[in-house]
Write a protein that binds this ligand. Structure first.
Ligand code: ADP
Ligand code: MG
Length: 702
């Protein structure tokens, strides 16, 4: 890379002819374009084939974008103030249609001339039974200008930019001009060997083709190159920093499997581990012996036995003289983990404590003291556990349950709980599609439990509407007669909590009528109740004193009542896929056949319909996650906000899976061969990382 090349793409945009300080400021604010390089990377979102000119009389109004040719007549300004608009007639040999503008009226009026043939492009719409085109892209067709191209790139613009003449056409003019100056000044960012291996065009070539294509095929190849580059550097950042950390961070070494682990394993565990559990325990063991700090993501469906794997790992830490902790997202969950784990560890000689937001001050003080002097081996809790004044004597292993509720920040808080960062195991029951895991968790190692304990029957899922409600009630009664328990869940949407509470209470009343005392006992739990009342109701249900649990989604995560066999989800169309999957995971935890009943209104449309269908068709968490990603896009997935994935400008994490894979493999190969990137052929990569580093530190300063 030459110095002059760097200079060119970093040139501030106002140095471009036709861009003064005012336009430069707008470009920066509206489109985040402040340098030549930024403009070159501002790509068109579609192309128009100008050789396909339609005639006005035969216009297909269903076309998203049409090209017309004609002269302009009868310009009129109508209305005043905000509702002012400009109309004109476009006429060709076959007929005429109306063009209309709401913005930039004066400029358009002055620039359009009579008796000139224009190429007019835009989306036709029907208004008052007549076809018109609002804010068309217009250029002179008579002049033999260089922009008489076959494929015209269409750039998205904003109203403010359009008012300054920077509509699509205006932007195209700028990029054209810039490309003419740019010859050989667009530096290559990928190693030559990578370009050769995947037969990708050079960066300069790709950018030119994208703005100025001759054949459609070239566009696709050039876009691939740019997407590859984007994903490649994302991977490089992740993988390089992961390797760096790996090198730097010494991890606790736990060489022995000791007395406590063995006593628990042989005396307390009355079943065999599944093959998948054994495999994952081995993977964790290997990390614990390696001398490096572990950062591992453990994925597995609800009930697949992740918590048990976590417990075994914590016991190894304790056997090696360290403390361990487990952090859960809600008080209910933390408490449940605490009760389960302390019961399982009875007589094993491990001291377990619980800390949550509602732990009393005196008890908290006691826990903190015992934690600091090492009397507590395992601490379970909510995020109360990572508060500043909670100090461990020697935290060696930390488990985070249900990752999606915690951010990266919380993970790093855990790190600082120990002189040496503890090994970290993140457990999630919301599987992340493979492509996504590869991309966002480039910095975590991944373990998967893909096998349920033996004897589990897959939950049967049914879709019912209101007309079938009586049948559903009948079915519930028959299950209760068999001694089983039922969940009935109502949606909770934060924006209208009071409305949802009303839904819940209405539902509760009709259920109470249908299932009267004393034959039936009903628990109710919702977000507005205090912790004590919730615990009381949950406790009654857990002990089997109530047969029906009516609740909002507070029970979503982790509640474990193996005797519950029916999960009824009301207004199921209002839930997201991963939430539905989580809820369904509350049943099917015992040996009996379980059911999930999705209640919806009639006539579901669009994605709601697809979500319900997916739930009925499959119980495979990974398939559900893939569908969820496809339906919602990564932007909506919980927990992804801080990850670079949302900053992807070109690549689509779902559609471009092969490119994600190729980019990842390529980065691995390069770093395996040349970990420090000292080889001259990798100089551009080294450069990228250094630039990134300086950018990050700038961000911190300002
Ligand atoms: P997860 O945390 O993945 O939701 P848990 O570890 O809570 O799953 O396990 C769910 C239930 O299955 C628990 O009651 C647990 O004791 C039981 N379990 C776990 N592993 C096995 C196994 N290998 N065989 C039989 N039951 C198991
Ligand atoms: Mg669990």
């Amino acid at each position: 890379m030459t110095y002059s090349a760097l200079l060119f793409i970093d040139t501030p945009i106002e140095f471009l002819k036709g861009v003064g300080p005012a336009k430069a400021d707008l470009l920066r604010r509206e489109l985040d374009i402040s340098t030549y390089g930024d403009l070159l990377e501002y790509f068109p979102y579609r192309y128009v084939d100008c050789s396909k000119v339609s005639s006005i009389a035969e216009l297909d109004i269903n076309e998203p974008y049409v090209v017309l040719k004609g002269t302009i007549h009868d310009m009129h300004t109508i209305g005043v103030g905000k509702s002012m608009r400009l109309t004109a007639q476009l006429r060709d040999a076959s007929g005429q249609l109306e063009l209309v503008w709401f913005q930039g009226i004066k400029w358009i009026k002055d620039s359009l001339k009579p008796d000139v043939v224009y190429t007019v492009m835009g989306k036709p719409t029907v208004f008052n039974d007549r076809i018109n085109i609002a804010h068309p892209d217009i250029e002179r067709a008579d002049k033999d200008n260089e922009s008489n191209r076959k494929y015209i790139p269409i750039y998205s613009s904003t109203e403010k930019l359009k008012a300054k003449g920077l509509h699509s056409k205006g932007i195209a003019r700028l990029t054209e001009q810039l490309l003419r100056m740019a010859q050989d000044k667009i530096p290559e960012t990928l190693p030559v060997s990578v370009l050769q291996k995947y037969k990708l065009p050079s960066r300069g070539n790709a950018i030119e083709v994208i703005h100025y294509p001759v054949r459609p095929h070239d566009i696709a190849l050039s876009m691939q190159r740019m997407k590859f580059e984007e994903l490649f550097f994302l991977q490089l950042d992740y993988q390089y920093s992961k390797r760096e950390r790996h090198k730097r961070s010494k991890g606790y070494v736990f060489p022995v499997v000791g007395e406590k682990f063995n006593r628990f394993y042989s005396e307390k565990l009355d079943f065999d581990l599944t093959g998948a559990q054994k495999r994952v325990v081995k993977e964790i063991r290997a990390d614990m012996k390696s001398g490096h700090q572990m950062n591992r993501l453990l994925q597995g469906d609800v009930g697949s036995g992740k918590t048990l794997v976590a417990l075994l790992s914590m016991l190894i830490a304790v056997d090696n003289g360290c403390q361990a902790c487990m952090m859960a997202p809600t008080e209910i969950l933390a408490t449940q983990h605490y009760l389960n784990i302390s019961k399982m560890l009875e007589g094993v000689g491990v001291s377990v404590e619980l800390i949550t937001g509602s732990t009393k001050t005196a008890a908290k003080r006691m826990i903190k003291r015992q934690l600091a002097n090492g009397e507590i081996d395992i601490l379970i809790g909510t995020h109360a556990l990572i508060e500043k004044d909670v100090v461990f004597k020697n935290l060696g292993f930390a488990v985070i349950d249900e990752q999606h509720r915690f951010g990266v920040e919380q993970r790093s808080k855990l790190w600082s709980k120990s002189i040496q960062p503890p090994h970290v195991l993140v457990m999630t029951a919301t599987p992340i599609p493979r492509t996504l895991a590869m991309t966002i968790y480039g910095d975590l190692d991944c373990s998967i439990i893909d096998e349920l304990p033996p004897g589990r029957k897959a939950v049967k899922t049914l879709h019912c509407t209101d007309q079938q409600r009586l049948k559903v009630f009948g079915f519930i009664k028959s299950e209760i007669k068999k001694g089983r328990q039922i969940y009935i869940v109502y949606p909770l949407i934060e924006e209208s909590e009071s409305l949802d509470l009303k839904d819940l209470m209405d539902g509760y009343e009709s259920i109470a009528r249908e299932f009267p005392l004393p034959e039936y006992q009903i628990s109710i739990v919702h977000g507005r109740m205090d912790a004590e009342a919730k615990d009381y109701e949950m406790g009654r249900f857990k002990r089997g004193e109530t047969q029906i649990m009516v609740s909002t989604t507070v029970i979503e995560v982790g509640v474990d009542v193996p005797n519950a066999t029916v999960m009824v989800i009301e207004n199921a169309e209002r839930f997201g896929l991963s939430q539905l999957h989580q809820l369904r995971g509350r049943v099917g935890r015992g040996a009996d056949q379980s059911y999930c009943i999705l209640m919806t209104k009639d006539n579901l449309q669009g994605t709601a319909r697809e979500r319900i269908r997916t739930m009925v068709e499959t119980t495979d968490g990974f398939r559900i996650a893939e569908t969820d990603l496809r339906l919602r896009g990564p932007g909506d997935l919980q927990g992804l906000r801080q990850s670079g994935i949302l900053a992807l400008k070109l690549a689509d994490i779902v559609d471009d899976e092969p490119i994600v894979r190729a980019a990842r493999e390529t980065v691995e190969e390069i770093l395996d061969k040349d970990p420090e990137l000292t080889d001259i052929s990798n100089a551009c990569l080294k450069h990228h990382l250094q630039e990134n580093k300086s950018r990050i530190s700038w961000g911190k300063i300002s």
